[in-house]
Structures are given as C-alpha cells and as structure tokens.
Design a protein around this ligand. Structure first.
Ligand SMILES: Cc1cc2nc3c(=O)[nH]c(=O)nc-3n(C[C@H](O)[C@H](O)[C@H](O)COP(=O)(O)OP(=O)(O)OC[C@H]3O[C@@H](n4cnc5c(N)ncnc54)[C@H](O)[C@@H]3O)c2cc1C
Length: 266
C-alpha cells in the first residue's frame, strides 16, 4: 500500500503561515484540500509539510458595501453562495459559487485555493477577470489581469499567501457555464460584467487559462444585448479539444453563453 508521511501545522495568522512555509522549501499551504489532497493521493505532489490556513481569522472575513465585495481567501464556496450581503450586492458572484462542484466541494473548497490552483476550467478565475478584481496577498495587491499567468500558473511567489479578493461592484453581471455533468467544472464558462467604463467578458474552461473575450467586450460595450453577443464569432484556433468537447464546439458555446449571461445580468 502506498503511504508517505508529512507534517501538519495550523497557522494562527498570515505572518506565521508565511514564516512556516519559508522555513520549509517543501511545504504547501492547505485550504479546503479539494485540489491539493487529490493531487497527493495521485502521487503528483508529496509536500513534506502542510500549513493549514483555514483557521486564520483574517482569511475568513466577508465584507460588502455598494462599491466593493471583499472575500477572505479561506472563505468556502458555500459561504459565498449563501451570504446575504453578497447575494444582494453582487448576486452573480454568489450564483457562481453555488454552481461549483457538489455540496461537499462547496463546504470545503475556498476562493483562495481555487485561484491559487488556477485550474483552466475553474469558475472563480472568470469572475475575478471580468470584474477586474484585486488579489490581496501578505505582501502586495495584484490586479486579476496580471494574476492568471497560464495553465495552473499564477503570479504568486512560492511562499506568497493570498489573504483576500476584492471585487468592484459592477452595474450588472452574470455567469453562465456549460458544466461537465460529472465534476461540474466548466466545459465553457462565461462571466459578463457591465461597468461604467464598458463591458468585460472572461471565459474559463475553453483555453489553457482564463482569458478575456475582446470581440465580445467590444460588441457588448456598444450594445448590451443578447443579440449583440450572439452575433460575435469566436475563432477556435487557440481553444481546447479534449474528450469532452472540440475546440469548434467550445468556440460556438462562448457567444451563446455570453448572450444568456446578458439576458440574466443583474
Ligand atoms: C469533485 C470536485 C469537483 C469540483 N468542481 C469544481 C467546479 O465545478 N468548479 C470549480 O471552480 N472548481 C471545482 N473543484 C475545485 C474546487 O473548487 C477546489 O475547492 C479548489 O480548486 C481548491 O480550493 P481548496 O480550498 O480546496 O484548495 P487546496 O486544495 O487546499 O489548495 C489548492 C492549492 O492552492 C494553494 N493555496 C490554498 N490556499 C492558499 C492561499 N490562501 N494562498 C496561497 N495559496 C493557497 C495550496 O497550496 C494548493 O497549491 C472541484 C473539486 C472536486 C474535488
């Protein structure tokens, strides 16, 4: 039987979490464990130490006002989905969180773990990118446009700890995804955000990493209607083909889902 041992440490505050990780080059932060633990079970990662960040009070906070929604890195998906203030101020974000995985994944998985992992089919990256969010870490603020670098790759330094994500509140927004029926990961997911300075559209599940759909942004900034979204043609050239869907099918879905998001935007 396969087994290996590792140390487990529970951090009380961001400073001690970062110090513990910096002291052990082979350590990893542990949040909900919904991505990291399967990776360890598959023997794709064997960290010598896990530093649990889910009991750090600063990482558990949610705050919302008319301009900004702030979600602590260790807030689980279910708490975002059910939070009354987020549902009132930024309902698209609550609805997105409520569509992640299943009940168990939503009860354990966190926003910080999701964006640090940066799975190309994860839902939260689309919200961060479309809303123009800011990732707040233990040492700096990173614009979402600079945060997602590539497949499973972010701008984070190896020991950098995500503390929170700040979302500016848009005029209207919605997220539509075509989920894989088994995992609920996005075959394609499209987040549309209408802001005072124009419309931003981010697509997940279709490429090697989340990306902005500039053709849709231009069309929807001129005319915020489902028909305008559906009139846009997306080239399949850089999109994924896998056993779930071809690049051409994903390219077809992007304007269709964008049109549905425009219809539902609130
Ligand atoms: C069956 C199943 C279905 C799923 N379906 C979906 C889905 O439909 N949509 C979707 O988006 N996701 C889905 N997921 C993934 C899920 O959302 C995970 O919660 C998420 O990918 C990782 O979050 P976590 O809190 O579990 O992080 P962990 O697994 O604990 O950690 C993931 C990575 O992030 C790092 N990390 C964690 N917290 C921090 C932090 N604060 N700062 C810096 N680094 C940190 C860890 O070191 C690790 O490298 C699914 C997962 C499963 C198991």
């Amino acid at each position: 039987m396969y087994s290996y041992s590792f140390d487990y440490q529970r951090a009380a505050d961001p400073k001690s979490a970062v110090a513990a990780l910096s002291a052990n080059g082979d350590a990893k932060y542990l949040a909900g464990g919904q991505s990291l633990l399967p990776t360890m079970r598959l023997r794709l990662a064997q960290p010598a130490q896990l530093i649990d960040v889910t009991r750090i009070p600063e990482l558990k906070k949610i705050a919302a006002d008319a301009k900004t929604v702030t979600v602590g890195a260790a807030v689980c998906h279910a708490d975002v989905a059910e939070n009354a203030e987020i549902r009132r101020v930024l309902p698209a974000l609550a609805a997105l969180a409520g569509q992640i995985g299943d009940r168990q994944v939503r009860a354990l998985g966190t926003i910080g773990g999701s964006i640090a992992n940066d799975d190309p089919a994860a839902d939260y990256p689309a919200a961060l990118l479309a809303l123009g969010a800011t990732v707040v870490t233990d040492r700096r603020r990173i614009a979402a446009d600079d945060f997602f670098v590539g497949m499973y790759e972010t701008a984070l330094a190896p020991d950098e700890l995500i503390v929170a994500v700040e979302f500016p509140v848009p005029e209207k927004a919605a997220y539509e995804k075509f989920p894989n029926p088994a995992s609920h990961f996005a075959l394609v997911g499209v987040f549309v955000a209408k802001r005072a300075d124009g419309v931003r559209v981010a697509v997940t599940g279709a490429g090697s990493s989340v990306f902005r759909a500039t053709g849709l942004e231009t069309a929807l900034s001129a005319n915020f209607t489902a028909a305008a979204a559906r009139s846009v043609t997306v080239a399949p050239d850089d999109l994924n083909t896998d056993l779930h869907a071809s690049a051409a099918y994903r390219a077809h879905l992007i304007p269709v889902l964008a049109g549905r998001a425009v219809e539902r935007a609130a």
